[in-house]
Design a protein around this ligand. Structure first.
Ligand code: PLP
Length: 408
């Protein structure tokens, strides 16, 4: 944890924990690195579903070309913050209301998931036009370690054979412009595996278009760039990825390549900081019970991994009995929930962990608070601290339903 963040954590009282600490300078530096690695003909969208915290989005907005959204709620949220930012609207199961909302909000791109969705769009367009990408489940092999969204039977996108029906609908309509194809096929691929997939997708897309005598101006290859929870230092190799994209684009002049990462952009800027309430031993195994739990940070439960963490020792101890502790042994870190699934990290070897010490879980900036079941057990919600080196941190609580920050 950077010194500025640590400094802030030291000033929080026990009752102010758990808390989410966001590192805004760290986020800006990271997205600058991503941007700098990408070739000129690449467009970078941020997938808002990974974390749509307004201050994170504000830190990102000048470094990205726009936002990828997957619901009417996200359209409203992004438009409310950035009246002019380009938006691409993807995701399966768009309602009629959401399609109308997208047109009203002037979204730049619609990612069409099925023939039925395309036909529905034609019924709500009126005298407007729409720029669409057809999302296709490209017939390529997706490595099995990744969270596959394509390459086999999938609720996402269109089978190649269904694309021709869509082309006929578009040709007959006149109000819909086909900009290109979209393929978000997997999450969790490293730069090399991702590039190999991109090459297959691009090759397939260009052949497909050529056979039909159409010109593609864009291919969106989605997000899913890997994040190594087992080792926070194992960051996706953006320079190698960018260099690979540059080579791919050289083979396809006239094409613009869009990417829309989420997790790999914001995962690193968030910390979930809490405190050890109890250390106990059960049949010889050490458990540390922490304030909060997976109803605030569901990521380790959702992904079935151990969330990386740092121990922030706290030397104050005012009780007359021995301070419970684990020493040089594996400890399982659990939350306060009455379920055996409330595990944040399993069998993590620690030099020393005591009641009262603080724990800062790293990589809690994406798919963390916003995917968690906050109301379970009615614990207080964590506050959100946005640490910017320029001044004092801003602390927010979030209204559970509107997700609008209030300064406290
Ligand atoms: C979720 C999603 C993304 C972002 O994926 P990450 O793994 O967070 O990078 C991008 N595009 C689509 C279509 C998605 O569903």
């Amino acid at each position: 944890m950077r010194a500025a963040l640590l400094h802030h954590v030291h000033h929080l009282t026990d009752d102010e924990l758990p808390a989410y600490i966001y590192d805004l300078p760290g986020l800006r530096a990271h997205v600058r690195t991503i941007r700098a690695a990408l070739p000129r003909r690449a467009r970078l969208l941020y997938a808002a579903k990974a974390n749509s915290d307004p201050r994170l989005l504000r830190a990102l907005t000048e470094h990205v070309d726009g936002f990828e959204v997957a619901s009417g709620g996200e359209i409203r949220h992004i438009r409310g913050l950035f009246p002019d930012a380009p938006i691409a609207f993807g995701g399966p199961g768009k309602t009629v209301g959401e399609l109308v909302q997208a047109l009203d909000a002037g979204v730049e791109r619609l990612h069409i998931e099925s023939e039925h969705e395309l036909r529905t769009l034609t019924t709500v367009l009126g005298d407007r036009t729409a720029d669409v990408l057809l999302r296709v489940n490209v017939p390529v092999a997706v490595r099995s370690v990744a969270l596959a969204m394509g390459g086999g039977p999938s609720p996402f996108g269109l089978d190649p054979a269904q694309l021709d029906h869509c082309l006929r609908i578009i040709a007959a309509d006149g109000r819909i412009r086909l900009r290109g194809l979209h393929a978000h096929l997997a999450s969790g691929l490293d730069a090399r595996a991702h590039l190999a997939l991109v090459d297959q997708v691009m090759g397939w897309a260009v052949r497909w278009a050529h056979q039909r005598g159409i010109t593609l101006s864009e291919v969106n290859i989605g997000g899913g760039m890997s994040v190594g929870y087992a080792d926070p230092g194992d960051v996706f190799d953006w320079p190698a990825f960018g260099a690979g994209l540059r080579r791919t684009l050289e083979r396809h002049p006239g094409l613009t390549l869009w990417i829309e990462p989420g997790r790999s952009v914001t995962a690193y800027c968030g910390w979930y900081v809490t405190q050890v309430l109890d250390v106990k031993f059960s049949r010889g195994e050490a458990f540390a019970v922490l304030r909060g739990g997976t109803h605030h940070l569901r990521t380790p439960a959702a992904k079935q991994h151990d969330q990386p963490f740092e121990i922030i020792p706290d030397d104050s101890w005012h009780q007359p009995w021995d301070r419970p502790e684990a020493r040089d042994e594996p400890v399982t870190l659990v939350g306060q929930l009455c379920t055996p699934k409330d595990v944040l990290a399993r069998h993590a070897t620690v030099a020393r962990l005591r009641v009262g010490d603080r724990i800062a879980f790293a990589m809690a900036g994406a798919y963390a608070w916003n995917i968690s079941h906050h109301e379970f057990l009615m614990h207080p919600h964590p506050a959100f601290h946005h640490v910017d080196d320029a001044g004092t941190p801003l602390t927010h609580t979030y209204d559970a339903h509107t997700y609008v920050g209030r300064t406290v």
